[in-house]
Design a protein. Structure first.
Length: 281
């Protein structure tokens, strides 16, 4: 099942995509739906007649995450190498342990929405296509072999990054947490629709030029490991979003770098989930 948040006649609604269009569901928002629905029970039903997809405006599937997004850095081997080549000091990884950071999100960016340019503040604006995992029930001390039981679904996330702020401050929170730097969508693919852990093609194109292409099976630290490690020391609440990292091909990885400019269109695609398209403004 594919679940969406959308605007319909000026009202924010939660719905499921069907062959006939969008079937609205009796929940006030996606966080409430996730919290109310056990991860294994995806038989969400609606008695309402579906409306055509073209009659709604897609929003980020979780427009207002309850907590900051948890992110993994350098979680594909090829991206780890290109990051170190761009700035060895800033992206040096001395140990094989996972690199975690958080991304501040007061409002997630919508599909077909904008990425703010921040002229005068940001000079090196970059993109990162990522598979985001959405936790479905409270997770604490979860073992890797049981991690799939805690996954509600998956979406596409663009970890937009200001490389100059990221490297200049010697930490990543400011450079990745500016308003509008977390486009997400177009939907949540529920976990029952794909194998666990998922092995899905992931790609990104800028103005039609493919920049990134890989598969989520190539994660250095896989989803079961991530959930086990994080839940050993922190409680992952329903609706928690974990961005699993990006493959090679980001703007800073080219020689010379290919950073984003006003008017650029970034399209991040994950197999079976869909395409998240954003325009730099």
């Amino acid at each position: 099942m594919k679940l969406i948040t959308c605007l319909y006649k000026g009202e924010e609604r939660v719905g499921a995509l069907t062959e006939e269009g969008v079937a609205f569901l009796p929940y006030p928002d996606m966080n409430t739906l996730i919290e109310s629905l056990p991860p294994a029970a995806f038989a969400v039903t609606s008695t309402a007649k579906p409306v055509p997809l073209e009659d709604v405006t897609l929003l980020a599937p979780i427009p207002r995450p309850r907590q900051d997004v948890i992110c993994l850095g350098m979680n594909y081997r090829d991206h780890e190498k290109e990051a170190a080549k761009y700035d060895a000091e800033a992206f040096k990884k001395e140990k094989p342990a996972a690199v975690y950071f958080s991304k501040r999100v007061s409002r997630a960016g919508d599909p077909d929405g904008d990425i703010p340019r921040y002229e005068g503040l940001v000079e090196r604006l970059d993109y990162e296509a990522e598979l985001a995992v959405i936790i479905g029930k409270t997770a604490r001390n979860v073992k890797a072999e049981n991690a799939g039981d805690y996954v509600f679904g998956y979406t596409v996330l663009n970890d937009v990054s200001a490389r100059d702020l990221q490297t200049g401050h010697k930490q990543w929170y400011f450079g990745k947490g500016l308003d509008g730097f977390t486009p997400m969508g177009p939907c949540i693919l529920t976990a029952d629709e794909t194998a666990f852990p998922p092995a899905l093609d992931i790609s990104c194109a800028v103005n039609g030029e493919e920049r990134q292409r890989s598969n989520t099976a190539l994660l250095i630290h896989g989803i079961p490991e991530i959930i086990e490690e994080l839940s050993a020391g922190m409680t992952l609440l329903p609706g928690t979003i974990i961005a699993t990292g990006t493959p090679a091909g980001v703007g800073m990885g080219f020689d010379p770098p290919k950073f984003l400019s006003a008017g650029d269109v970034v399209a991040c695609t994950i197999q079976n989930v869909g395409t998240l398209r954003s325009t730099v403004r």
